[in-house]
Design a protein around this ligand. Sequence first.
Ligand code: KG4
Ligand code: ZN
Length: 350
Amino acid sequence: MNYFESIKSQPIKEDPLILGIETSCDETAVSVVKSGRKIVSDVIISSAYRHAEFGGVVPEIASRMHTTAILNATEKALKDANVTFSDIDAIAVTEGAGLIGALLVGVSFAKALAFSLNKPLIPVSHIRGHVAAAYLADENLKPPFISVLCSGGHTAIIAVKDYYTFEILGKTIDDAVGEAFDKVARVLGLNYPGGPNVERLAKDGKKTVKLPKMLKNYSGGEYDFSYSGLKTAVINYVHTQKQKGKEINGADVAASFQSAAIDVLINKAIKAAKEKGYNTIALSGGVGANGYLRENLAKATAEKGLKLVLPEKRFCTDNGAMIAAEGYLQYKKGNFADLSLNAKANVPLG
Ligand code: KG4
Ligand code: ZN
């Protein structure tokens, strides 16, 4: 029997221990999760500090850093969980979307592990992983619910109809919200990663800079977003002020941008939940770590009598636990990969 035949013949366990591996960007993250819900250990080794001087992720550096970090991260995840490789029931790994060179490190490592341990290899969509972080935040959460996905690569309002079926109610027609945060950070002279730095600066600012209303004469979907115009408006404002020799109040620019970028996310999420008949909203993706978003979404959901599932900030940004959580759902269905698994730059949103 070859590897794949052997895997396919193994029984599916009720409460598996899954190792989740995430290397799509600049975080080497490995986690052990029990039954798709309980985080037993969670290790993140970030190479963000190496990218800071370049103002953004340098793919080549990210790949090299994953190569040196992945075994350490895995050994630490096992040690923290007080288990050994033989206790692990399956290996879940991000297959995409992300930086190909970075993904390949995780995929190759996971393949080698799965083959040598003779355990199932589960390919996981990074996007579905972000959504699945909600199951870790609330052990009792069950679909249906609305997931507000806001990361560096995606922005969408997703109706999670059951564990496997997504309906994309709306999405960005150009840039992702996290991307806009990162670009605005750059023009304000803030370091990578931009999002948290814009948030910090915005704390002392007032919403005094007038920015354009998103998708003003747009006839597309009512839950869609567009961040490219907002981003450009901020960049133009900063450049024009500079040309006129005027002082720029960075804190006010940051506060004005943050509110313009986030308020619309909150409004559309609430609108979608109300209009489509969902009573729970879950936040997902790196921008979900934003305090302004978390506080105001909490207020808005409370006002409307909606339940809010808010993963800890650490589980909004990239982590291995969310990959194990989604890996668990795929494990239950026996969605295993053979050893020809490859990395994918893009995966479908749904
Ligand atoms: O989900 P994530 O870690 O990676 C992707 O899948 O893209 O999201 C990263 C994005 C970056 O654009 C980063 O600037 C943004 O999330 N981000 C934030 C905050 N923390 C991370 N944006 C705003 N405020 C934050 N506190
Ligand atoms: Zn992510």
